[in-house]
Every structure is written in C-alpha cells, then in structure tokens.
Design a protein around this ligand. Structure first.
Ligand SMILES: Cc1ncc(C[n+]2csc(CCOP(=O)(O)OP(=O)(O)O)c2C)c(N)n1
Length: 556
C-alpha cells in the first residue's frame, strides 16, 4: 500500500475523528482519509490555531489531537505546541520537511525546522522512508499517551510530506492501548504507599494539592472519596481544577498564582502537604512560597523525576494517580479523621471569609459588567456536563479564582500560559465532544489572536460558545505598567494595553455565527442559554469594566 493509505488507516484505527491543519501537507493522505475513513479534515486559518484545536481536542477527550503543516508553516505549528507541552497534553504534529535530494541548495521556503520542535515535544523525529510509517506512527501514539503525556512531532520527507505517495509492503498495526491517556496505570510500591498513608493519617492539619495528573488519570472520584474518608481539605492546581467539584465542602479552591485566597491560606497553614499529580511548579506554589519549602511534604506522581523535585519529601510514591488513590482509600483508617475536626472548622472559616469578601463583586449589578459576575453566572448556569475552557492571563485569574464547577461531570481546561489559546482550543474540544456543551471564557486580547477561526467554526458547524470579557484592552497589564512607570502610568501609558472598541457579536454575525452582546449582568443567563441551545458557533460579547483588576495571590 501507499504511505497515504497506511497513514489514513492507522489514524482511523487509533480512533482519530478530526485532524486540524493548514494545507498543503500530506495531500494524498487527505484524499485517502476521504476514501477510506470518516476522519474530518479541518483546514484552519493558521497553524498555531490548528495546534491549539488539536490540544483542546486532546484535553477534552484524552485522545491524541492531530495537527499538520507544510514545511513553511512548521514553526507556526511548533509555537502552538508550546502550551500542550506545558500542560502535558497528547498532541501529535505532522509536518513536511527536507528532502535529501535537495537540501542545502536553497530550496523554496525551506529551513531545518526539526531543532525548533525539540523544546516543545517529548519526541521529535523524522520519517524518511515509507517503510518506516507503521513503526513511527505507533511510537508517536505511544510517547504521546504514556507516562506524563505530551506532544510529539514527526517530520515527513518532502516539503509537503510527499513520501506518503510511495509504496511498500506494510501493515497498519494498531495498539489501541495508546489511543488515549493514560496508556498505563502503574501500581505503587506498597511499602512506600503505606509510609505515605501513615503520615497522612497522623497529621492534624494536612492538605492535598491535586494537579493535572489526577485529571489525566481520571482519578477525581478516588480523590474526593479519599479526602472524605480521611477528612482532608483539597486544593487544586489550575490544571487540576475539575478533579473535585468547586462546591464540594472540602474544596478550598485553586492554589498558587492564578488562585483563590482561601486555597493559599489553607495550604500555607497546613502542617503536611500531599502533592498528587502535580509537579509543584512555580504557578501552583506561587513561586514556592505556598507552601514554603521545608513544610512536611508527600508526593504521588507517574514521573520519577518529578517526585521530590521542588519539595523535600517525607514519602514519595511512583504510580498512576488512580491506582495510588484507590489503594490509599482501601487501606485508609477512617477513625483517624476525628483528629482533624478542629482543622476542618478552621478551613471552613477561611472559605467562608473568602465568600464574604467577594460576595459583592460576584453579585455586582454594575454596568459595564464586573468579570467576577460573569464567573458567578457561569458557575450557576453552565450545564451539568459542560466543558469550560479558560484563556490565560486575566482570564485564568478570574476563572481560577472565581469560577466553580458544580458537578463531577463538568470539565475545566485552561491555557497553560499562552494568550489566545482558549478560543481555538474550545473549537477542538467541541469536535472531540460534540454532545457536550462547550463554553470558553476569554478576554478580547485573547480572542483577537485567532479571530479568523470564527469562519472555521461556521464552515464546520462547530457549536462552541465563546464568552468574551470585552474591556477593549488587555487590562491585566495595567498594574504592571503602573509599576513600570514607578507608581502610576501616564495617560499615554494606556497606549501599551488598550485597543479599539469592537463589538465581537457583530463580527461573529457577519461571519455567520450567532453573536449576542450583553451590556447588563442580568441579561447574561438568557444569552448563555440561547447560545448553548442555538446549535451554532456563538460569541457572547460581554461589555466589561476596564478598571476591574483581579486580586493578586496572597502568600498565605
Ligand atoms: C502568547 C502570549 N503573549 C503575551 C502574554 C502576556 N499577557 C498575559 S494577559 C495579557 C493581556 C490579556 O488581555 P485580555 O485577554 O483582553 O484580558 P484582560 O486583561 O483585558 O482581562 C497579555 C498580553 C501571554 N500570556 N501570552
């Protein structure tokens, strides 16, 4: 068979339903996909957006997201893998590349792109002979989905990957185990697990900090059950926010930099911190101040080099989060919970204080609208099975701190740091989960990045809802520029972070999507309901207060 036929069959065999790309790459493979498979081939307006769509698809489903670019678009695609790399998302990128027959001769559009993929992938490789398609594609899925997941890049020979037209004796061997995360569930070593449980049960003021590893492992239910059995409060990283419902009485919120004050206060006050499925990186620990290094710490992770990297440990356990948490639950001595009564009371007070402090903003009737109110409306009104995405920067601060999931069936996915990620990622998430409502929260600066993808959503009927916190600016920068000016910025300082005022609802309607503009907070719930029920891509343009700035993280 040809490489194109084999590649189409293998992608279908691994359960891929959509691929995201900018042509022209692997053209014959696309023709074979039409002849041989049901795979949808979405061509987008930029390679970075294609990578973000694949990333949203991957994080919503746990299945590798596939994106592609021809040689000249390769670095745009690499830029789009950066967030997936930071978020441990299984994205597989295919690009066209150099041909040995012509390299080093100034062929049109060509440079050596492979090194640029090195820092944003777990595995970065070239496919030079058609005979190598089967083993290289299998390895791509294996690497993307096993251990801590992450992106993979395969460069196919030929600027458009023309190696796919060649023929060889090949078989499309599929290893379904690697068609989704997690590929393996390594069980923990019992002695170390018992040691960890001993510390957890013995502590009077412990807290669990759960991260993206819990979400990747699908271990939310086990996490909640263990927290309940032992009476231990849970904080999450922003990436792990949906591991425990926001309204659960033991959930103190997102800890770290884009966080909730109650979470930082509880983690800072704890006498023992148990990290599960988190690298305890700078974002989750507010640059290692919450908790302070030196606190009694425990850690469970699937990556050996993560265990103990940032906090010296009393006990460290290697294994899959669900496998470890279920065993802990099985062995847990529930009677030990009684020694944490006082601590739980203290934790409840801290959470109630947070609610009291922000109640007015969460319920604000002000117009232009307060972003806190949008978060509160989303907490109340997104459907029970919704996938909610958030952009980074201010969007991450608002949603990390102020938004709550209500059910274990709701998902929360966030940008790992790249502004503009959320809108295309939301489209990818909707492709992966067409039966679930998808609601994305972004600022206007975030939406501007990939505004052209509204057309992609319309063309493909991707009925994701995007809520734009439209203050005609990137006002997260306001505080930083005040500081840069040595106190308060000049009037001209605002040139550095403000934009033309644009009605994105009108832009969306012009392109063929549903556009709704909301100017009063009370109109938001009906707008959200209409957008979700419309069956169309929808932009809800919310006119918000340019002076509204999210609270900064407290150090405890
Ligand atoms: C790729 C990238 N470039 C720059 C930034 C820095 N940055 C973070 S937030 C922000 C402005 C955000 O503006 P907007 O999305 O409109 O939200 P707002 O601050 O207005 O609420 C910028 C430029 C970033 N996070 N990612």
């Amino acid at each position: 068979m040809t490489g194109a036929q084999l590649l189409a069959d293998m992608l279908a065999g691994y359960g891929v339903s959509h691929v995201f790309m900018v042509p022209a790459v692997l053209r014959r493979t696309f023709a074979e996909m039409e002849r041989r498979t049901q795979i949808k081939r979405l061509h987008c307006h930029g390679e970075k957006a294609a990578a973000y769509m694949a990333d949203g698809y991957a994080r919503a489903s746990g299945k590798p997201g596939i994106c592609m670019a021809q040689v000249v678009g390769a670095l745009n695609l690499a830029a789009g893998l950066r967030d997936a790399y930071l978020a441990h998302s299984p994205v597989i990128a295919f690009t066209g590349g150099r041909d040995p027959k012509t390299k080093f001769r100034k062929v049109y559009q060509e440079i050596d792109d492979v090194p640029a993929f090195e820092p944003v992938t777990k595995w970065n490789a070239t496919v030079d002979a058609v005979e190598r398609f089967p083993d290289m594609v299998r390895q791509a899925f294996r690497v993307a989905t096993s251990g801590a997941p992450g992106p993979v890049h395969l460069q196919f020979r030929g600027n458009e990957g023309q190696v796919d037209q060649e023929e060889a004796e090949m078989e499309p061997l599929i290893e379904t185990q690697f068609s989704r995360v997690p590929a393996y569930r390594p069980p923990p070593e019992e002695t170390e697990l018992k040691k960890l449980l001993g510390f957890l049960q013995g502590a009077e003021k412990p807290v669990i900090v759960a991260g993206g590893g819990v979400r990747a492992s699908g271990a939310g239910a086990e996490l909640v059950a263990l927290a309940e059995a032992l009476s231990i409060p849970v904080a999450t990283s922003l990436n792990g926010k949906d591991c425990i419902p926001g309204i659960h009485p033991l959930n103190v919120g997102v800890v770290g930099s884009y966080s909730r004050e109650s979470a930082n206060r509880v983690v800072a006050a704890a006498d023992l911190v148990c990290f599960v499925g988190t690298s305890a990186g700078g974002m989750t620990t507010h640059v290692w101040t919450v908790p302070k290094v030196g606190v009694a710490a425990l850690q469970i992770d699937i990556e050996p080099e993560t265990i103990g990297r940032n906090y010296p440990l009393k006990a460290g356990v290697l294994g899959d989060a669900r496998a470890c948490l279920s065993l802990l639950l099985e062995k847990a001595d529930r009677a030990s919970a009684s020694k944490r009564k006082k601590w739980i009371e203290q934790v409840k007070t801290v959470c109630a204080e947070w609610k009291g402090k922000y109640r007015a903003a969460l319920e604000s009737e002000a117009a232009p609208i307060r972003p806190e109110r949008i978060c509160a409306e989303l907490s109340r009104h997104v459907p029970d099975d919704a996938i909610v995405l958030s952009d980074t920067g201010h969007a991450g601060m608002w949603m990390g701190g102020m938004y709550d999931t209500r059910t274990a069936r709701q998902s929360f996915i966030r940008s790992a740091g790249h502004l503009g990620w959320a809108f295309p990622a939301g489209l990818g998430a909707k492709c992966a989960a067409p039966d679930r409502p998808v609601v994305t929260f972004t600022g206007d600066a975030g939406l501007w990045y990939h505004l052209g993808e509204i057309e992609t959503a319309v063309r493909w009927g991707i009925a994701a809802v995007t809520v734009v916190n439209n203050n005609s600016s990137g006002n997260q920068s306001k505080r930083g520029f005040d500081r840069a000016y040595g106190g308060e910025q000049t009037a001209r300082g605002r040139e550095l972070w403000t934009y033309t005022s644009v009605d994105f609802a009108r832009v969306a309607s012009d392109i063929g999507a549903l556009g709704i503009r909301v100017e009063k907070p009370g109109d938001f719930p009906a707008a959200l309901e209409r957008a979700i029920n419309s069956g169309k891509p929808a932009i809800i343009d919310v006119v918000t207060d340019i002076e509204a700035i999210a609270p900064v993280a407290v150090a405890g």
